[in-house]
Design a protein around this ligand. Structure first.
Ligand code: ADP
Ligand code: MG
Ligand code: ZN
Length: 480
């Protein structure tokens, strides 16, 4: 980016609350069912049908608010946001406006240097999702059809303050926020199914300027990668416009990943356009002290706290701690493993690099390629020197494939480190005899060639030579 301008980004996230039923009716929340089968008079918007608020959705919204350090209002209120669109049969969306459920809060966003930067949260309010328009679907290429299975699904809109400074920081904010929502069980984290979508508000200003520039809003992005690309593109576009003496128009845009650019949808609507007014069919939402206190007391450990503990107490690397805390099931699995092993740092490394690629997640659930105890037993054989890192990986692959224990595989296949000095020395001699040129160069002073000899002997031994015995034999034979 141009050094004379800085980007200012504020994100609005729409997170689906992980409830069994919809926000204001008893219809099930599910995806993939035949269109318009999860509907009733209320979510179809039939005249006279009345909403009744889902307690579970409120509890989840409160948990998120508490996790983000927000003030949870004891009294909040629903409002009608009026607009016309075919996926909104009532002609309005039930949302919250001037009295939202949660206000003020923050999220600590990890930075590349390992520090964190605190980004303010303005508010978080409950609302309902709209249906889905399907263009050119069904019988006719020209027709658009509407599926209302999603209509009325509870959402929490989390409005961040305009304090993010780059596209990559914005993407990291989203990753963090998603992990917090998943940790408290309020969201399944499934971006592809639209459980977690974001609108990015983007402006730029000359460095040193305090006032905010005119912003554009990029709607409905459901991929971390797309968010980053869309913001990068938009920032460059705005800087170019200002440098050319032009201005930024306050418009709503959409990101098109195929062409790699944003397209203007419409001029930005203001809140007046929506003719907000209090929802007459729902009384104010009043929460008891006890209800909120109980939710606060049962809040599980949050990703930031887990991360800090892994790094401080367990000596896990910052990078591994981040990866592990992205999914609560992965974090719990790692903690169970760490409790069974002597070296938590190494356990974390195994979880991130070896286990995780084989983990299958389904929302908040995850299934692992093997039980925690089985991996702990394997790592114990690494501890006692039976296995080298390479061998342990080999045993791991066989464990996952066959379901057998580390012990059984080591016994049956003789996969253990060779410590027999005679055998190792013979292997070294064979390599040395076959490499006269390298030996001459090594003896002439090219000491870096030691790595070559080690590698060759290791390879010949199928990764089984004990590294310490190997070092000793090589320096004896080559002359140190
Ligand atoms: P709206 O309902 O019009 O989207 P808000 O005023 O509540 O409006 O702002 C929503 C989001 O826009 C917030 O996330 C906020 O951080 C962000 N935002 C507001 N002004 C700017 C700006 N000048 N540059 C970047 N983001 C902004
Ligand atoms: Mg907005
Ligand atoms: Zn319904």
């Amino acid at each position: 980016m141009s050094p004379d301008y800085e980007a200012v980004i504020g994100l609005e996230v729409h997170a689906r609350m992980h409830t069994r039923t919809k926000a204001f009716c008893p219809c099930a929340v599910r995806f993939g069912d035949p269109p318009n089968t999860l509907v009733c008079p209320t979510c179809l918007g039939l005249p006279g049908a009345l909403p009744s608020l889902n307690r579970e959705a409120v509890a989840m919204g409160v948990r998120v608010g508490l996790a983000l350090g927000c003030t949870v209002r004891r009294r909040s209120r629903f409002a009608r946001k009026n607009y016309f669109y075919p996926d909104l049969p009532k002609g309005y969306q039930i949302s919250q406006y001037d009295e939202p459920l949660c206000e003020g809060g923050w999220l600590d966003v990890p930075q590349p240097d390992g520090s964190t930067r605190r980004i303010g949260i303005e508010r978080a309010h409950l609302e309902e999702d709209a249906g889905k328009n399907l263009h050119g679907a069904g019988a006719s290429r020209e027709a658009s059809l509407v599926d209302l299975n999603r209509a009325g699904v509870p959402l929490l809109e989390i409005v961040g303050r305009p304090e993010l400074r780059s596209a990559s920081e914005a993407a990291e904010y989203l990753r963090q926020l998603r992990s917090v929502l998943m940790a408290v069980g309020a969201n399944d984290g499934n971006l592809e199914s639209g459980s977690f979508r974001c609108d990015a508000n983007v402006s730029v200003r000359p460095v040193g300027e305090r006032r905010l520039g005119t912003r554009t809003e990029i709607k409905n992005i459901n991929s971390f990668r797309f968010v980053q690309r869309a913001i990068e593109w938009e920032v460059a576009e705005q800087v170019a416009a200002l440098k050319a003496g032009g201005a930024v128009a306050q418009v709503t845009k959409t990101w098109d990943d195929d062409s790699g650019r944003c397209h203007v949808l419409r001029r930005k609507e203001g809140s007046d356009d929506y003719r907000y007014f209090p929802e007459p069919d729902l009384p104010p939402l009043v929460l008891s002290e006890a209800f909120v206190d109980e939710l606060a007391a049962s809040l599980p450990p949050l990703p930031a706290a887990r991360r800090a503990r892994y790094v401080r107490e367990l000596r896990v690397t910052e990078g591994d701690a981040r990866v592990i805390t992205e999914h609560p099931a992965l974090a719990r699995w790692f903690e169970a493993l760490a409790a069974l092993t002597t070296d938590a740092k190494r356990a974390a490394n195994w979880v991130c690099n070896v286990v995780k690629p084989g983990v299958v997640t389904d929302g908040l659930q995850a299934s692992f390629p093997l039980p925690v105890e089985a991996l702990a037993a394997l790592l114990a054989r690494l501890d006692d020197g039976t296995l080298s890192g390479t061998l342990a990986r080999e045993v791991y692959a066989k464990m996952v494939e066959s379901g057998r224990s580390a012990e059984a595989i080591i016994e049956a296949e003789g996969l253990r480190v060779v410590t027999d000095e005679g055998a190792i020395e013979a292997a070294c001699r064979a390599v040395i005899d076959a490499s006269p040129k390298q030996v001459a160069a090594y003896r002439a002073g090219k000491r870096a060639l030691l790595g070559y000899f080690k590698g060759e002997v290791m390879r010949a031994s199928g990764g089984r030579a004990d590294p310490r015995a190997l070092d000793a034999a090589l320096s004896r034979l080559l002359g140190g």
